[in-house]
Write a new protein. Structure first.
Length: 314
C-alpha cells in the first residue's frame, strides 16, 4: 500500500457487521431480520456493488461484530485479489448479537488484547491484511507508555504489514502528533492514521496535513457524522445537494474527498442504496466558496463529541 495521489473511497463495515450501531438512518437500509445470515447477505450485496463500482478498499475491525468473517467469506468466494483490507484491534465486540445489549464493545489497549485479536484477524483474513490499526487511540491510552506493546507493533510492521491507529475524541490532534512521534530502535511505530473528520468535526485537519506531508497514510472516517449530516442536514449541505443534484451524504463525502491531506475517505453504508448515494460524491466538484460555506459548520470538538456520546445504539 502506498500513499495515493488522489483520495479514494473505501467501504467500512461498521454498520453491517453487527445488528446494532450508533449510525442514524440504518433502519430502512438493513434487512428486516438482523440475524447473522441476513446481515452476511446484506454485507455481500454491498461489497459486490462496491466492487462493481470500482471500490477496492474495505475497512473492518475486531469489534465490528462479524465483519472480518463476512469479508473473509466474500473474498474467498469472489476470489478478488485486488482488494486492500484494513482492520483494527483494541475493542472487543461483547454485544452477543443483541440490539438491546447493555454494552456492545469493550476497549483495551494491552499487549494481551493485541496478541489475541491479531491472531483472530489473521486466522480469518490471513495475508490479506495490509493495514492493522489501534482502534480509537486517545491521548490517555496506556499504549503510549507500554514498551512491550510498542515493540510488538514495531515487529508487526517489520513483517510488511502497515501499522496505524484510528482516533476519536476532542483531543484527536494531540493524539495524532504524539502517536507519530513513537519510535522503537530508531524506526517509527506508526505510518498511518484514520481520524474522524467531517463538516461538524474538522479540528484535526491541520495535523492530518502535517502527517501526510511527512509521508504517512491518512484516512478520514465518520465523514457523515454518524448520520447527523444526512438525517437532518444543515441548510448549506441541503442547499448544495439540491444545487448539484445529489443527496446530502454525497455533498458531505465530496467535502472530505476535497481535503488535500486525504488518501482515502471511508463510507459506511448500511445497504446498496446508501452506497450508491455515497458514491455520487465522486461526481460532485465543490468550489472554494462552497467548501468555505460547508467548513463553517464545524462545531467545537468538546460539543461534537459530547453529542456523539449520546447517540443510541439501534
Amino acid at each position: 500500500m502506498t500513499v495515493a495521489d488522489k483520495p479514494e473511497i473505501a467501504v467500512g463495515l461498521a454498520a453491517l457487521g453487527r445488528p446494532a450501531y450508533i449510525n442514524l438512518g440504518r433502519e430502512g437500509a438493513l434487512p428486516p431480520e438482523r440475524d447473522v445470515a441476513s446481515m452476511r447477505a446484506a454485507t455481500w450485496e454491498v461489497l459486490d456493488a462496491a466492487y462493481a463500482a470500482g471500490v477496492r478498499w474495505v475497512d473492518v475491525a475486531r469489534s465490528y461484530g462479524r465483519s472480518e468473517e463476512f469479508l473473509a467469506g466474500w473474498l474467498a468466494d469472489r476470489e478478488h485479489a485486488d482488494v486492500t483490507v484494513s482492520s483494527k484491534w483494541g475493542y472487543a465486540y461483547v454485544g452477543g448479537w443483541r440490539l438491546d445489549a447493555d454494552v456492545h464493545e469493550e476497549k483495551e489497549h494491552s499487549l494481551a488484547r493485541f496478541e489475541q485479536q491479531w491472531a483472530e484477524s489473521e486466522a480469518l483474513l490471513g495475508g490479506r491484511i495490509s493495514l492493522y490499526q489501534v482502534h480509537s487511540l486517545t491521548i490517555d491510552s496506556p499504549l503510549f507508555t507500554d514498551g512491550a506493546l510498542l515493540d510488538r507493533l514495531a515487529a508487526l510492521a517489520a513483517t510488511g504489514v502497515r501499522v496505524g491507529f484510528s482516533t476519536s475524541g476532542p483531543a484527536q490532534a494531540e493524539t495524532v502528533r504524539r502517536a507519530f512521534e513513537l519510535e522503537r530502535s530508531g524506526q517509527r511505530v506508526f505510518t498511518a492514521v484514520q481520524s474522524t473528520w467531517n463538516l461538524l468535526e474538522s479540528s484535526v485537519g491541520e495535523v492530518l496535513g502535517e502527517a501526510r506531508a511527512a509521508g504517512n497514510l491518512v484516512m478520514l472516517k465518520e465523514t457523515l457524522a454518524n448520520g447527523r449530516l444526512v438525517a437532518e442536514p444543515p441548510a448549506p449541505v441541503a442547499g448544495l445537494a439540491a444545487a448539484h443534484g445529489v443527496t446530502a451524504d454525497a455533498v458531505a463525502i465530496a467535502a472530505a474527498l476535497a481535503q488535500p491531506f486525504a488518501d482515502a475517505v471511508l463510507a459506511g453504508p448500511a445497504g446498496t442504496g446508501q452506497l450508491r448515494s455515497n458514491l455520487d460524491a465522486t461526481t460532485v466538484s465543490l468550489d472554494d466558496a462552497e467548501l468555505r460555506q460547508l467548513l463553517a459548520l464545524s462545531e467545537p470538538p468538546v460539543e461534537y463529541w459530547a453529542h456523539r456520546s449520546r447517540l443510541d445504539w439501534n
